[in-house]
Ligand binder design. Structure first.
Ligand SMILES: C[S@@+](CC[C@H](N)C(=O)[O-])C[C@H]1O[C@@H](n2cnc3c(N)ncnc32)[C@H](O)[C@@H]1O
Length: 388
């Protein structure tokens, strides 16, 4: 089945971006259905690649390959093997496939020791689910594969949400090791169950945590705070508004033998404000809120949210203390994020010294030709009062 692009197709497509929008297509052969693999040609009948199509989506086609090859099990196996070679890691827990960034749009695969969690976000990829599962079994021989396809983008694709074991069975909380800590990926939790993308940023606190009083706000299952405890923190307060996440924090702390901590279930915006009112100060504050805007049109309210939470964090951080601050809002750039931090610093009378910059780890690579793959920003800030 063939699709022909308009004459002046965007350089974006030529330069390796896999998305083709509805308004970039000149004509379609008959009888093409949602989820079909189509052969893509330019207006001069030159082959561009193969991809899957969905008429329900503005991103009408996502290119899977620029070669004239069949999309079958060998294709997926080759893609997985290339991704593993790129990662070249000895870690047991890491992201195996990061969607567009690994030339498999719509597919995310995380490995948590002996288990695999996969997430499918598009109809085109959904149709290859059993081939993907076969490939994973062949390459990893996992104890179980859990599918956690709960992203709201599935509705636009005409797919229902789904979560459940798709190969063998496993526990509700999948145990795994990370940086010398025991963790659980929650099959009923957020994203794939654990935020592997923050594991290297959390490590950046290694040289700073000893004997420190710390706050892990927006902690989910406690990634940053557990690392601070591992690195010798005197005390960590874990804060999240999800009771389930906090229950797992308690379980993880127990597994690792940590007792010098407390948990709070509540809204971080209010609780940080109350800490400020009651003059409760910390040596290190981590803030890692969820994405504040999905679309560029909502950027202004995201700016407001980031400024407010960073300002509150600055107010409750001791002089010369540290803030580990993250933003996973894709539409906010590195420069915009730093400007927000500067602006919060100005309003709170602080000098903001950036002592470490972090972003996505090697297994969540961003591709310069596909800017949508870049989302995570991380700064370790040292906060100094401007007035002595
Ligand atoms: C990006 S996740 C944090 C990930 C975590 N730092 C990690 O590395 O695993 C954001 C967390 O913020 C929590 N959250 C969202 N809004 C909140 C709020 N207003 N107050 C407290 N927690 C909130 C969510 O429940 C979620 O666990």
């Amino acid at each position: 089945m063939k699709v022909f692009l308009k004459k002046n197709i965007k350089n974006r497509i030529r330069n390796g971006h896999p998305w083709i929008y509805e308004n970039e297509i000149e004509s379609y052969e008959e009888n093409i259905k949602n989820g079909n693999i189509v052969d893509i040609f330019n207006h001069e009948n030159f082959f561009i690649g193969k991809g899957y199509i969905n008429f329900n989506s503005k991103i009408r086609i996502r290119i899977l390959t620029r070669k004239n090859e069949s999309i079958e099990k060998d294709f997926f196996k080759k893609r997985f093997i290339s991704a593993l070679k790129r990662r070249n890691t000895k870690e047991n827990s890491f992201r195996v496939i990061f969607s567009e960034a690994d030339n498999l749009p719509g597919l995310i695969v995380d490995k948590f020791d002996n288990y695999i969690v996969l997430e499918i976000n598009t109809l085109g990829m959904e149709r290859f689910k059993s081939l993907i599962i076969d490939t994973i079994v062949e390459l990893f021989n996992p104890k179980g594969i859990f599918e956690k396809s709960n992203n709201s983008s599935r509705e636009k694709e005409g797919l229902e949400k789904f979560s459940g074991w798709v190969y063998k069975n496993g526990p509700e909380l999948i145990p795994f090791n990370l940086n010398g800590l025991k963790f659980f990926a929650d099959t009923k939790g957020q994203k794939t169950g654990s935020f592997l993308d923050q594991r290297i940023n959390a490590k950046s606190l290694k040289n700073f945590s000893k004997n420190k009083v710390c706050l892990d706000a927006f902690c989910y299952t406690g990634n940053f705070g557990m690392h601070m405890l591992l690195y010798g923190a005197k005390h960590v307060t874990f804060l999240d508004y999800s009771q389930r996440a906090i229950d797992i924090v308690n379980l993880i702390a127990k597994e690792n033998g940590f007792k010098n901590y407390e948990t709070i279930v509540g809204n971080a915006f209010d609780i940080l404000k109350n800490f400020d009112k009651s003059s409760k100060y910390f040596d290190i504050v981590s803030i890692d809120p969820p994405s504040f805007a999905k679309k560029a049109t909502n950027k202004q309210s995201a700016f407001k949210g980031y400024k407010e939470i960073n300002l509150r964090a600055m107010r409750i951080t001791k002089d010369n203390g540290l803030i580990a601050t993250s933003s996973c809002t894709q539409v906010i750039s590195e420069e915009e994020f730093e400007h927000i931090l500067f602006s919060a610093g100005v309003d709170s009378g602080k000098l903001i010294r950036v002592i470490h910059r972090g972003d996505q780890p090697f297994d969540h690579p961003y591709v310069l030709n596909i800017l949508e793959t870049k989302y995570l920003k991380f700064r370790l800030l040292q906060i100094e009062n401007i007035k002595e």
